[in-house]
Design a protein around this ligand. Structure first.
Ligand SMILES: [Zn+2]
Length: 340
């Protein structure tokens, strides 16, 4: 079967056309083959047939984004020689909370997408046949779903022997924001209105930094890349010769034993461990999986399970924390899996 997944972000829109089947794929055309343990379809073998990107250019408005997405459906299908009527589904991973009944975005940082009927508008523009299901979901939920079924979940099954369909997984994206997704026995926790898994807007510090969502002290304000950068800048700006360091530069300085950077990274890891400890008390997951730019820093994993264990109710809670296994393709793959 052919499935299309979109990863729609503030800066780029990426469309990926996947082929998935229950029989093994002999040779992957693009060299990107994977396996997924799907809760109803069983073990699926997948490969990437085509992938294309466009800049989001949100200043050009909603219609321009719909046009680009319709164009990407047509271009990827043409490239792979797949007819629109042969698609088994199309999924959108969107940067906000998505109503699970209407697929409209309830809120998010890309305001032009809020409360739009994107699923039907793209369907019309792309001339998708009526039998092709189109779905939308929060992008961090897509990330968590793909990692749970096709990435970290399979890795955890290999290490511990607990099958994917019995696992509870929590995915966290540590990037320009802090997103979260919860997957229980192969299914995403959406909640009553699609707001399930908005973990970045749980409170880490009472009366802490003001968040754009209207609250103060949200985890996102401390665990995102900008959160780390502002901690460094506010505490050590003069020590740094009045230069502003990126998150990547802060980790590089810590690696080189710079005391200010080491202190900031230690504080960041303590915040992250505390955050994961609280989530352990809520979900008691089999594992956490981290995505986003900060998840690429090997040092954040060192001792993290131990910090987490000190901040949770359950005894002996050394919950494993994995780095993402699927790289940048997790969001698009999770979106494609929505249509199954
Ligand atoms: Zn917030």
């Amino acid at each position: 079967m052919f499935l299309m997944g979109f990863d729609v972000g503030g800066t780029k829109i990426e469309a990926t056309l996947f082929q998935m089947s229950q029989s093994a794929i002999k040779q992957s055309k693009k060299g990107e083959a994977f396996r997924c343990a799907h809760p109803t379809e069983g073990l699926l073998h997948g490969e990437v047939l085509a992938r294309r990107r466009e800049p989001t250019e949100r200043h050009k408005g909603y219609e321009s984004i719909v046009d680009k997405m319709a164009g990407l459906i047509s271009a990827t299908c043409t490239e792979a020689g797949v007819a629109l009527s042969d698609l088994s589904g199309v999924g959108f991973g969107l940067p906000g909370s998505i109503d699970p009944r209407t697929y409209r975005m309830l809120n998010g940082n890309t305001m032009v997408l809020v409360d739009r009927d994107m699923v039907n508008d793209v369907r019309k523009k792309a001339n998708l046949p009526a039998q092709v299901p189109v779905r939308a979901e929060n992008d961090a939920n897509c990330f968590a779903l793909a990692e749970a079924l096709c990435g970290a979940g399979l890795e955890h099954e290999k290490h511990v022997g607990i099958p994917v369909h019995e696992q509870t997984a929590v995915g966290i994206i540590l990037g320009t924001g802090c997103g979260g997704g919860i997957v229980i026995q192969g299914r995403t926790l959406r909640g009553a209105r699609g707001g399930g898994g908005e973990l970045g807007h749980t409170i880490l510090y009472r009366d802490g930094h003001q968040c754009y969502c209207g609250q103060s002290g949200c985890a996102e304000q401390y665990l995102s890349g900008p959160g780390l950068e502002s901690l460094m800048a506010t505490r050590h700006y003069s020590q740094l010769g009045n230069t502003f360091l990126s998150a990547k530069e802060i980790f590089e300085k810590a690696q080189a034993s710079d005391p200010a950077a080491l202190a900031v990274v230690a504080r960041y890891k303590n915040d992250l461990g505390r955050f994961l400890g609280s989530l352990t008390s809520v979900f008691d997951p089999h594992y956490f999986v981290l995505g986003g730019g900060l998840s690429l820093q090997p040092s954040i994993y060192e001792g993290l399970s131990e910090i987490l264990a000190n901040h949770t109710f359950l005894p002996n809670s050394r919950v494993p924390v994995y780095k993402h296994q699927l790289g940048d393709s997790a969001g698009g793959l999770g979106a494609a899996l929505l249509a199954l």
